[in-house]
Design a protein. Sequence first.
Length: 404
Amino acid sequence: MARIPLNIWRSIKLAAMASLCATLAACATGVEYGGIRHSAYVAEPRCAPQPGGNVDGATLPLFVATTRLPDCRTDAISLLRHRGDRMRFGRFAPPREEKVGKKKQTILPIAFQEESAWWRALQSETDKRRGRVLLYVHGYRETFETTARDTGQIARMTGFEGAIVNYSWPSQGDLLGYAVDETNMYHDVRNFRNFIKKLAEQPWVKEIIIVSHSLGARLVVPAIAYVDREAARADSGNISNIILASPDFDTGSFVRDIGADVLGPRRVASGRHVTAYVSRKDRALAASRTLHGYPRLGSPFCFDPFEAEELEKKGLPVRCYVPEIPGLTIVDTTEVSRGSTGHSNYLRSAVVCRDFIDVVAGKRQRAEREATHLPHVFRLTSDDNAPKERDREICRREGGEDDD
């Protein structure tokens, strides 16, 4: 591996600091309260539905739990980037584009539901589907529209037989909003862990598959540890299949903590498993590493130059992964990375989408994965049955841009 001269490293760091300063400057004005009182957004009855109200599940098949501030002033409810006054529950359908005059307009149907009615509806749907629930937790730079789109894609792509819930926290949906997103994510920790605890405690929930993307991993992993400690039911083993896509999670913290709680021996023995999708071409996580000073779980960057040198001497790819932990599988998607940042390969690359579909279905091993020198790490490479030209078809994507 060619060594980068010290002066270039300094330039990279200075550029990163400049980017961080720009981000912080943007944050100073980007989340101002605004000219409308937040109470005005939620004054309409549709933002506070009463018990007994019905929602058409056939028209709105997907579930949402959100701490975003809603705007109920117009016919079409929208979820904003601000923090809401409380958690709200509802149903929605994936966004679609309709032509209005000469312009295309995105339609995103959503209706709120009183909390107890929402839980009853979730139970009814779950009872039809063998007690299975898929919970999707998004990451940085997302609006509700983008998370609704991704949730719909996951539903189409996997054909998941169960209820699908989108947990939407107040991300800014802004490239320069990382610091705000990180702040809001940590602010939402209590809300999310209480929600997932209640979900895990329901006797009718037999299996929970959790899919987190990017910054969402920092909500998911500690929350599962909390549920394991605090859940009222004797065992939270129904949280069995955890998928971390491009996790923006400190690698050292993950290694230190994961084996002691989320992947503790009793949990692994009862069938719990974590699959992490990583890519050395993930530019978003490279930026996060520069800002935080340490590697991220979703990027196999060699922080230790001596380890990198040893790999190079052995003729191995210069990629460094977390050590083997029972119950953990690492899937390296570097060779089949897609998009402008390589940060959403599980929704963009046909080869990765096929692997993701099988993991959601509970498959732990796949012939398409290439073994590496580490028993828990596998690589995905080009597949004649899933070439780049079939990315959209196999990943069941609809319209939109190809960037992340």
